[in-house]
Design a protein around this ligand. Structure first.
Ligand code: 9Z3
Length: 350
């Protein structure tokens, strides 16, 4: 059974009108902030979630336990961030991502012996349960030995047609749970995402090159600082809405340089215009000096990606046979990156 196809894409739209506002936005795009100022900005302009210390402890214990058992740990980010326009939020800007790439990749990493920290948007697709989203729960169940009308209405069991598939996935889900191989952490807003990613990077730095970062979440480039955000719902009686949004600090920079300098880091580059994709991927590698960029185009992302590293460019594609055998592109992406991670771990230090 194939997972549900994703919802119709929608994009973040930023409307900037008037020279004063435009000037402000352009200024902030021109100057790439230094690493230390990114840290400061994070503390000042993005509210940290109240449970960040608790999550840090969980991630630290998880990483230590698995590294001691000789297991590599991958931090997967998945789903889109939400950027509020009002402090008591009625409206927000959302980045499109169903979470399927992150959720399916988590399964392939676990199958390959990794432990997974799954930092995902609340209610986006989740490993294993993603398979059942197309199924209406009530259609999947049936009465046995009655019709539910009387007090002794019989038991409720899984529909016989679906049983083999559900049983197979349930078995794997229980094995993963018993092995403690999956640590789920949720985010909703961009602020939560940034603070939790920083926390994860700092905690995973203790296991050095055994850590991988697989940054598949769709993250907003724009935000409104808390100090500039209206408290209450924006009133339409005030006329058309004009927004000025700031550039989100490039978190990859401190992640690679300061927080987890020995880890194997992969970012994802999403574009809708194929003619600029590879150039943008290369520029990201040059700017952040991490190990790989997985480049994809929104419409073809299920069947084609390019893995770009400083020295290589590898196209991964699903062919007809793959489609017949229900192979997913994430299986190929994960396999490619695990080989690269192995080389990275074994490379001579120097
Ligand atoms: C991706 O490019 C992911 O592959 C998708 C997966 C979000 C397209 P789905 O969740 O889709 O399976 O529906 N993620 C990265 C997107 C992103 O925000 N990248 C930024 C950029 O391209 C930061 S590198 O500028």
């Amino acid at each position: 059974m194939r997972p549900q196809s994703s919802a119709a894409p929608h994009f973040q739209e930023v409307v900037v009108r008037g020279t004063a506002l435009l000037g402000k936005t352009l200024l902030s795009t021109m100057a790439e902030p230094r690493v230390s100022s990114i840290d400061g900005k994070l503390a000042e302009e993005f509210a940290a979630p109240s449970h960040v210390d608790e999550v840090k402890e969980k991630m630290s214990a998880f990483a230590r336990r698995h590294a001691e058992a000789g297991r590599r740990v991958v931090l997967i980010t998945s789903g889109g961030t939400k950027v509020p326009l009002e402090s008591r939020t009625v409206r927000f800007l959302d980045n499109f991502s169903s979470g399927r790439r992150g959720a399916s990749s988590a399964e392939y990493f676990i199958d390959s012996g990794y432990a997974v920290i799954f930092l995902h948007r609340h209610r986006s697709l989740y490993p294993y349960t993603r398979m059942f989203l197309p199924i209406n729960l009530l259609e999947a169940l049936q009465f046995r030995g009655g019709d539910g009308a009387s007090a002794n209405g019989g038991e409720v069991v899984v529909n016989q047609q679906l049983l083999p598939h559900i049983a197979k996935v349930l078995k794997r889900y229980n094995e993963v749970k018993e092995g403690g191989l999956l640590l789920p952490i949720e985010f909703n807003t961009l602020s939560e995402y940034l603070h939790l990613l920083k926390a994860a990077a700092q905690e995973l730095s203790s296991i050095g090159s055994l850590a991988m970062f697989y940054l598949a979440a769709a993250v907003s480039d724009f935000y409104i600082p808390a100090s500039e955000m209206p408290e209450h719902k924006i009133q339409s009686s005030n006329g058309p809405l004009q927004l000025s949004m700031k550039m989100v600090p490039k978190i990859l920079s401190p992640l690679v340089k300061d927080w987890a300098p020995k880890a194997f880091v992969i970012s994802f580059k999403l574009e809708t215009d194929a003619s600029i994709l590879l150039d943008k991927a290369r520029r990201a590698l040059d700017a952040y000096r991490h190990q790989a960029v997985v480049a994809n185009i929104l419409d073809s992302r299920r069947g084609h990606v390019v893995v770009v590293t400083p020295d290589t460019q590898t196209e991964l594609t699903l062919d007809e046979d793959d489609a017949k055998n229900e192979v997913e592109i994430e299986e190929k992406i994960v396999s490619n990156l695990i080989s690269a991670h192995t080389k990275f771990i074994n490379q001579p230090i120097g």
